[in-house]
Design a protein around this ligand. Structure first.
Ligand SMILES: Cc1cc2nc3c(=O)[nH]c(=O)nc-3n(C[C@H](O)[C@H](O)[C@H](O)COP(=O)(O)OP(=O)(O)OC[C@H]3O[C@@H](n4cnc5c(N)ncnc54)[C@H](O)[C@@H]3O)c2cc1C
Ligand SMILES: NC(=O)c1ccc[n+]([C@@H]2O[C@H](COP(=O)([O-])OP(=O)(O)OC[C@H]3O[C@@H](n4cnc5c(N)ncnc54)[C@H](O)[C@@H]3O)[C@@H](O)[C@H]2O)c1
Length: 459
């Protein structure tokens, strides 16, 4: 039995920097990873998808280049080259993770960890054999994996997930996507731009069901303008077919329809990876969906065992997992008492244009009884958007009627995530709508339109 001060299970976006910092503080630290260093974000999540989305944007601009007075003689999409570029970026990020962990002196074990007791673990090593470990501090950073719903026939057809689709080197001619949220919309637009016909089937009445209806409606319009077929309130009853020939039987708007395609992407959410951990050997409790329950300082029901990132309930983003590690580090090593309940929650969906979001939606703010006024500016009124010819979307900010403080914002537009971040900082600093209306921004930035956004409150 090898004893450590700390063991991190899973090389996720919080576990890696935490392991590094603990080792640098002199704690004997082990990190166990069953697949590859860098976890989902680097290997099959943010990094690869955003790298490929950049290629797809070039294809999109080429397809419309005449709009800017630059007609081209035609272009081709070289998917093997796009996938190779993606693999290079992933490898670069993965190698830099490995280097920083090794430099800090973290013991890295490649294998699958499972508990044998409350603070003891057995690792089934990928190279064969097992290793027994123990530590007083154990951090669960095992992430999530695609959720495959129980739909008759689904498991019998060759379906793709976000992980397997991104390694295809032939553009799927006809891609059907189950789901209508981040993965479905980002990857749907990506493959449409590379040449697939795309049909999105979302079971809820709107795409991105947590967003305001006007936000979801504009995103739908943007996708439809690229000839992506979007069907909401679509209940999938049965899936049949085989390689390059898939039929999806749906009910939508009280009618039956058969959707056919060559490929099927399942993007219906993700579920926490806890089965292999054998948490039954500990006192760690799970919620009804299988997420590890934590208190506001990320400690599980078993003292000394913590959970970071997607394995616990709540928003599943890289920056949340990263912030989890900061909170734990400061609480453990700097006597802070930080809580996950008071942090900001920004996010960005990397469709083109992006959806940048911070704070409360208009719907949530009204449900929570805030007295609100809403600032709204269509992107075709933003000087920079008109100049660049990218006028789809809008800016919207939810403002407290009496204090002028920002409660939330949604920005759909080119670099919408960056514009949202300006408003996120305003919220953190308590800068009011009136100050933002009158603040000086460099001309003609997208951010300059924040002036005009808050001017709309006067109308
Ligand atoms: C296609 C896609 C695109 C995304 N894009 C974005 C984006 O643009 N922005 C964003 O913020 N988020 C994005 N996300 C979400 C983001 O990837 C995750 O929220 C983020 O990676 C946090 O993961 P984590 O730290 O919880 O763990 P993960 O990164 O999931 O890592 C968990 C690791 O644990 C390992 N593991 C699991 N069980 C065991 C075990 N028993 N023993 C040993 N190892 C184990 C796994 O192999 C894995 O490597 C995306 C996700 C997907 C799927
Ligand atoms: N840009 C980003 O930050 C980004 C990008 C990609 C993924 N992610 C993260 O990855 C996670 C997973 O993304 P996701 O899009 O798979 O999941 P999600 O949980 O965000 O959305 C799943 C969608 O599938 C729908 N759905 C469920 N069952 C269905 C069915 N049988 N038929 C049709 N639709 C069905 C749901 O109603 C929902 O709209 C998200 O939680 C997100 O945080 C983030």
């Amino acid at each position: 039995m090898q004893k450590f001060d700390a063991i991190v299970i899973g090389s996720g976006q919080g576990g890696n920097p935490l392991a590094k910092k603990m080792a640098e503080k002199g704690w004997k630290t082990a990190l166990i990873e069953q697949r590859q260093l860098g976890g989902t974000c680097i290997n099959d999540g943010c990094t690869p998808t955003k790298t490929m989305i950049a290629s797809a944007r070039i294809a999109h601009l080429l397809s419309r280049s005449e709009t800017w007075g630059v007609p081209n003689q035609g272009y081709t999409v070289d998917l093997p080259a796009i996938v190779a570029r993606k693999n290079n970026v992933v490898e670069q990020f993965r190698n830099s993770t490995a280097k920083s962990l090794e430099k800090a002196g973290v013991t890295i074990l490649y294998g699958t960890a499972s508990f044998t007791g409350v603070k003891t673990l057995s690792v089934a090593l990928n190279d064969g054999g097992t290793q027994e470990l123990a530590a007083e501090h154990i951090f669960l950073n095992t992430g999530a994996a695609p959720y495959i719903p129980e739909i008759p026939g689904l498991r019998d057809v060759p379906y793709l997930t976000s992980t397997t689709l991104q390694d295809e080197v032939v553009v799927p001619p006809e891609l059907i996507i189950l789901g209508g949220s981040y993965i479905a919309l980002e990857m749907g637009q990506l493959y449409r731009r590379l040449g697939s016909t795309v049909t999105i089937l979302e079971k809820s009445p709107q795409l991105m069901s947590k967003e305001d209806p006007d936000v979801a409606a504009v995103i739908k319009k943007i996708l439809e303008a690229e000839d992506i077929q979007v069907l909401t309130s679509a209940t999938t009853e049965k899936i049949t077919g085989g390689k390059d020939n898939i039929q999806v039987q749906i009910q939508t708007g009280g009618k039956s329809a058969a959707i056919t395609g060559t490929h099927l992407l399942v993007a219906t959410g993700r579920l926490p990876q806890t089965a292999a951990l054998r948490l039954g050997k500990t006192n760690v409790t799970l919620d009804e969906k299988g997420y590890v329950q934590v208190n506001e300082q990320l400690e599980t029901s078993c003292p000394g065992i913590y959970a970071i990132g997607d394995v616990k309930p709540g928003p599943a983003f890289t920056h949340i997992s990263y912030n989890d590690h900061l909170l734990l580090y400061k609480n453990l090593f700097e006597e802070a008492a930080l809580s996950i309940n008071t942090r900001q929650l920004p996010y960005c969906m990397f469709t083109d244009p992006q959806l940048g979001r911070i704070g409360l939606s208009e719907t949530r703010a009204r449900q929570e009884g805030y007295p609100v006024k809403v600032a709204h500016l269509s992107m075709d009124k933003a000087a920079r958007a008109i100049e660049t010819g990218e006028t789809a979307g809008f800016m919207k900010a939810i403002v407290h009627e009496h204090t002028g403080q920002l409660l939330g914002a949604a920005i759909i537009g080119t670099e919408g995530g960056e514009i949202m971040t300006v408003l996120q900082m305003a919220m953190l600093g308590g800068i009011t709508a009136t100050q933002l209306r009158d603040m000086i921004f460099a001309h003609p930035l997208y951010a300059e339109s924040i002036n005009n956004l808050f001017m709309t409150l006067e109308k």
